[in-house]
Design a protein around this ligand. Structure first.
Ligand code: AMP
Ligand code: MG
Length: 479
């Protein structure tokens, strides 16, 4: 059965999205197909159909492919025109839960926004996005997902010649802060208003579109979602790497798995992205940047809120100023959960801060340490000799907290993954895929990552940290 697509976003008009067809390519072949996600989307296709549709060679009926317009602050500098330079929004499907899902191809050819780019995506970044987004999904982190990776018969010239690929991203929307900035920078307030209404319809239907306060409410909800997202990133040790405003969605889903990587040895200053020389997007700087990004979004809303700019600013300031305290509360609650507490009182906050310091001083692995602590509820053994005093304090506070040991253990297990997609495994899998054009290693690697909070047959195989690897590890924006 071939499904009908909707084209809500394309219908906003040419200023938002320029009708553009994916380019013709030879021999599209399906490399990765996400069967559970396909089922949620109600898709039942043969392999040939998968490759044809998700390389843009064939279009679903109702599809109106477009390249979306957006701007963005990249490393703090405003670029008024970015846009989909190598991507096409095919349209939307309703999933089985009747939620709208946008279907977006990346690597599908040049568009009016391509500038000097070739419009293509290489196989390694495509597979990287598949693995990382699906691992994040299983870890319970809000994220866009990946339906398919198709390879093409084209050779791309990057640092070395490589195979071309097209990835299909599924997102509840692609409304980025940069989408709003695009229209705000041009003084196109009618269009800006349309975007606000779309964001409300899609993501925050609890807001009444007819009330004058809707912009403030929208900003407030987006801030809450953004805090929830960053707290989740920090819970599992995710470093996004390129939190430019064009890579931040109003839905609060993670998007753009370019130079992202996992924090392994705990160090708040960890950066892997080769272009992030100043550490702007370092692990522990992510909340500051998220707040900075929210200020950029608020600026877009100012002209809509009130003709008097000062009045408008007075309305958004409390929300922006509230970001840091709200974030801190959520962050310490998350750390408390990782240590088995239901709340974060001052003693528990201090305890979690001390743990982070110990981890950093002893260069311990973030995931492994929390996993050891979780298992130690049974063995009652400190994971590291220098931890003994801390460990005793922790045990005492747990007793004072008087939750049952079962509850404590459950809470810790739910918040501390046994397994994360470690950087050296990712790179080994990608090298294998590129050389052999085979998905076998990807499926093996993803299998235990599908249930990262439970021990499976192959969990242990991928648990071991590799600190030496990370010392010189560098990631790149996926071009
Ligand atoms: P990204 O690094 O994927 O977030 O991309 C940033 C901007 O560069 C977006 O406007 C992309 O569409 C554009 N871009 C990245 N790679 C290419 C490419 N190979 N061809 C055309 N545009 C590209
Ligand atoms: Mg991007």
């Amino acid at each position: 059965m071939i499904r009908m697509m909707q084209h809500q976003y394309a219908d906003l008009g040419r200023q938002f999205a320029i009708p553009t067809l994916p380019e013709k390519i030879g021999h599209p072949k399906i490399l990765l197909w996400n069967q559970p996600l396909a089922e949620q989307l109600g898709l039942d296709l043969t392999e040939t159909e998968q490759a044809q549709y998700f390389s843009g060679q064939k279009l679903f009926s109702g599809s109106k492919p477009v390249a979306m317009a957006y701007a963005g602050h990249q490393f703090g500098h405003f670029n008024p025109q970015l846009g989909d330079g190598r991507a096409h929004l095919l349209g939307e499907f309703n999933n089985l839960r009747r939620q709208i899902q946008e279907i977006h191809l990346k690597g599908s050819g040049r568009t009016p926004f391509s500038r000097n780019g070739d419009g293509r995506c290489a196989i390694k970044p495509a597979v990287r996005e598949y693995i990382m987004s699906e691992a994040m999904y299983a870890l319970g982190v809000p994220t866009t997902r990946t339906l398919a990776v198709v390879t093409t018969d084209e050779t791309l010239f990057r640092q070395q010649p490589t195979t071309g690929a097209i990835i299909t991203r599924v997102a509840t929307s692609h409304l980025r802060i940069g989408t709003f900035e695009y229209f705000a920078a041009r003084g196109l307030y009618v269009e800006l208003e349309q975007l606000v209404d779309l964001a409300i319809d899609r993501h925050y239907p609890q807001i009444n579109k007819n009330e004058p306060n809707k912009y403030i409410k929208l900003l407030s909800h987006v801030i809450d979602k953004q805090i929830e997202l960053i707290v989740n990133w920090m819970r599992v040790g995710f470093i996004h790497g390129v939190m430019n405003t064009d890579n931040i969605l109003l839905s609060g889903e993670t998007i753009d798995y370019g130079p992202c990587a996992m924090l392994e040895v705990y160090n708040p200053a960890t950066v892997f992205s080769s272009i992030d020389e100043s550490g702007r997007y370092a692990f522990a700087n992510q909340p500051n940047i998220a707040q900075w990004n929210m200020v950029r979004l608020a600026e877009c809303f100012i002209p809509l809120i009130d003709d008097n700019q000062n009045h408008a600013i007075n309305q958004v300031m409390p929300l922006l100023e509230g970001f840091v305290p709200t974030f801190k509360t959520a962050y310490y609650l998350m750390l408390a959960h990782k240590l088995g507490f239901n709340e974060a009182n001052p003693a528990i906050k201090k305890l979690s801060q001390e743990l982070l310091v110990l981890m950093q001083q002893n260069q311990l692995d973030y995931t492994q340490t929390f996993d050891y602590l979780t298992s130690s509820l049974q063995s009652k053994q400190s994971p590291h000799p220098t931890f003994n005093d801390w460990y005793e304090k922790w045990q005492m506070l747990l007793t004072e907290n008087n939750a049952s040991s079962h509850e404590t253990s459950m809470l810790m297990r739910q918040n501390n993954p046994l397994l994360i997609p470690r950087n050296y495994h990712i790179e080994a899998v990608l090298a294998h895929v590129e050389t052999h054009q085979s998905a076998e290693r990807v499926w093996k690697f993803l299998k235990p990552l599908e249930s990262p909070y439970t021990l499976t047959e192959t969990t242990e195989k991928y648990q071991k940290p590799n600190p030496e690897f990370n010392e010189s590890y560098q990631t790149f924006c996926g071009t």
